[in-house]
Design a protein around this ligand. Structure first.
Ligand code: ATP
Ligand code: MG
Length: 422
């Protein structure tokens, strides 16, 4: 027997039984982000490798060990996008979208990271992100968070996520903090694991979000970033907090929240859940005022977030919020001479008259019993039955598959009858 070819580890098919829930999630996301005036941008899935190393930072988990990087046939080093912000900024600069005007953008699609696959962590996964360029006030940060809060409400998961918030200040604020933090870490070097030791000099803030519990305990006495924030950064953060308070959005200020990517400054936030085990962050974001300039554009303030769609689907499943629109409303059953022609015609007519109606025609023959069985299997609520008599009389039998009743009606009346049942 020929050996079966399998999908790549950590890269999943979205099967027909799952896709309706995905569509429900995607539609909810699109509805909410559009309701804030954001418009969609679609970037390529592959970019030049140095875009990511420059944007995300050389000393980050993503760039150090998670990227799918390969040489294309010209010898250029390319990378499957591990996230959307870098490509979005590149596209904005290249197409002069942010030279003179602000932009409020969203994107959705697959991302790729070579991580150890486990629940909530995959090698191909999907994110929806929002990026807002050209606005530097705390009002934008707050509204972005309000946008995510509205989405949790729309999905029915708002009671199951909580918001963690922090300000990591400006580059200058962090530079003075860094010196103090490194001095502290050096005094406690025997508690640090190898990863932390390496990061201590390259990217010491990353030590703060170490998952090592001994390191976390030691950090209780570490200098606090909030003591090093400039007045401007403090004001900005206060502004965000006040606006969230006014909007009734609860949050916890978590001083250890620094985010894994280098480009952030000022506001950073994460929405976390206890319902998914270790992979508890469903959405993460913050300000990245320096990135546009760093990638060759004109200095432009920016703020955004990205959410992991797999983790949101898992939440909907865990919370049993899996009601979806049924795939088939009406099943067209035909048997006898000339009935298929009439059935196809009636089905087309109904699709035209009832917007969004889902009609599946039975193909492949078989008796009525077999056809009704099939109708049940696909989840239809109504079967329309055409035999030779019905065709001759321009009627159709309408069978309510849930109630079990049936009636014969004129073909021209069937749309009105269906509207009552569906
Ligand atoms: P984590 O700490 O879980 O590794 P991260 O900080 O690397 O997350 P971000 O780069 O901020 O994640 O991406 C934003 C969101 O995308 C995450 O909060 C998560 O919901 C989702 N995400 C990130 N990596 C993966 C992955 N490998 N599989 C599934 N979802 C992911
Ligand atoms: Mg990660």
């Amino acid at each position: 027997m020929v050996k079966k070819i399998q999908a790549i580890r950590g890269m999943n098919d979205c099967l027909p039984t799952q896709s309706a829930l995905w569509q429900k999630l995607e539609n909810a996301v699109k509805k909410v982000v559009s309701s804030y005036g954001c418009t969609e941008i679609r970037m390529p899935i592959v970019e030049m490798t140095h875009l990511f190393s420059r944007a995300i930072g050389e000393v980050t988990d993503v760039v150090e060990k998670e990227m799918y990087t390969f040489d294309d046939r010209n010898g250029d080093s390319l990378t499957l996008r591990p996230e959307g912000t870098a490509g979005c900024v590149r596209a904005c600069i290249e197409n002069s979208l942010i030279d003179r005007s602000e932009q409020r953008l969203w994107y959705m699609g697959p991302m790729f990271r070579h991580e150890r696959p486990q629940k909530g962590r995959y090698r191909q996964f999907h994110q929806c992100g929002v990026e807002i360029f050209g606005l530097d006030g705390p009002d934008v940060d707050a509204e972005l968070i309000m946008m995510t809060a509205r989405l949790w409400q729309e999905l029915g998961i708002d009671k199951h996520v909580r918001l963690e918030l922090n300000s990591i200040g400006s580059l200058e604020d962090r530079a003075s903090y860094r010196t103090a933090l490194v001095a502290f870490l050096e005094q406690n070097i025997d508690v640090l694991d190898d990863d932390c030791k390496r990061r201590m000099h390259t990217n010491p803030l990353r030590v703060l979000d170490s998952k090592n519990s001994a390191v976390q305990a030691m950090l209780a006495d570490a200098p606090r970033l909030s003591d090093y924030l400039s007045d401007e950064s403090k004001q900005h953060f206060l502004g965000v907090c006040e606006l969230l308070d006014a909007a009734g959005i609860e949050y916890r200020v978590n001083e250890r929240l620094v985010r894994g990517l280098d480009y952030y400054n000022r506001t950073v936030f994460e929405w976390v859940t206890e319902d998914l085990g270790a992979q508890g962050t469903v959405c993460a974001g913050g300000r990245y005022d320096g990135l546009v300039e760093q990638l060759g554009g004109k200095s432009t303030p920016a703020v955004g977030f990205a959410m992991g769609l797999e983790r949101l689907v898992l939440m909907l499943e865990t919370l049993e919020l899996t009601d979806v629109r049924r795939a088939v409303d009406v099943y067209m059953v035909t048997a006898g001479e000339g009935t298929m022609v009439a059935g196809l015609k009636l089905a087309e007519n109904l699709r035209e008259r009832i917007d969004g109606l889902r009609v599946m025609t039975h193909f492949g023959g078989g008796n009525f019993k077999k056809q009704f069985k099939r109708a049940d299997k696909v989840g239809a609520v109504v079967a329309l039955v055409l035999g030779e008599n019905e065709v001759a009389e321009d009627t159709v039998v309408l069978k309510d598959l849930l109630g079990g009743t049936q009636e014969t009606c004129k073909q021209s009346d069937v749309a009105a009858k269906l509207a009552e049942l569906i």
